[in-house]
Design a protein around this ligand. Structure first.
Ligand code: GSH
Length: 205
């Protein structure tokens, strides 16, 4: 059986739990929350020297980290990856942008506001630029979603599963304002209505 190391409070980990749930993939779950020490333990660092989750471990010892690489691996030949090469690349375009721009602003601001070990960063010179850049990124999604129901077109793809977690908690955890972005709010509901959705706090029993 697969083992998934994931952080219960993290959007990057939520992405993987969400895809696994939708695909019916069974796994042993190891909760690596901040403070657990798991990501700093030598056993874990031998699997991922970067010391981050999510991380998937196969029974034969192979490991895969980086949430979006995990999504791409398990998403192959499922309804979440379009068969057309150009459409696949549009999915990847959103996923690379998520790590480079969206996660780097929307998720980082939420992390600073919610994790006690980041308390020292709760200063306006840190938080305000993250707010401005994060709002711009959320507006970019809203613009696309005014044109298409999902980020890469008419069908739900890995791009939506990738961008859902930190967008869904942008207001509650990150202090962002989605009130002027109705297309983005409608998309959140659309993703939540796709079969076998799970929320951030859902963990396998
Ligand atoms: N780019 C990575 C980011 C992973 C990441 O930053 N994980 C954080 C939680 S969101 C983590 O594992 N932190 C544990 C630590 O720093 O000890 C991904 O998408 O998987």
């Amino acid at each position: 059986m697969l083992t998934l190391y994931s952080m219960p409070s993290s959007g990057n980990s939520h992405k993987v739990r969400l895809l696994f749930h939708k695909l019916g993939i069974e796994y042993r779950h190891i909760a690596a929350e901040y403070g657990s020490g798991i990501t700093r333990h030598p056993d874990f660092l031998s699997k991922n020297p970067h010391g981050r989750v999510p991380l998937v471990e196969w029974e034969d010892g192979r490991v895969l980290s980086e949430s979006n690489a995990i999504l791409c691996h398990f998403g192959e030949r499922t309804r979440f990856v379009p068969p057309d090469p150009f459409q696949r690349s549009k999915v990847l375009e959103w996923m690379f942008w998520e790590q480079n721009s969206h996660e780097a602003t929307v998720a980082v601001r939420a992390a600073i506001l919610n994790y006690s070990h980041r308390e020292a960063e709760r200063r306006s010179e840190v938080l305000d630029p993250l707010f401005d850049a994060g709002q711009r990124n959320l507006r970019r999604m809203n613009l696309q979603l005014e044109a298409t129901p999902f980020l890469a077109g008419d069908q739900i793809t890995l791009a939506d599963l990738c961008l859902y977690p930190y967008t869904a908690t942008a207001e509650s955890r990150g202090g962002f304002d989605l009130s002027e972005m109705p297309a983005l709010s409608a998309w959140l509901s659309r993703v939540e209505n796709d079969p076998d959705h799970i929320t951030l706090d859902w963990l396998p029993s």
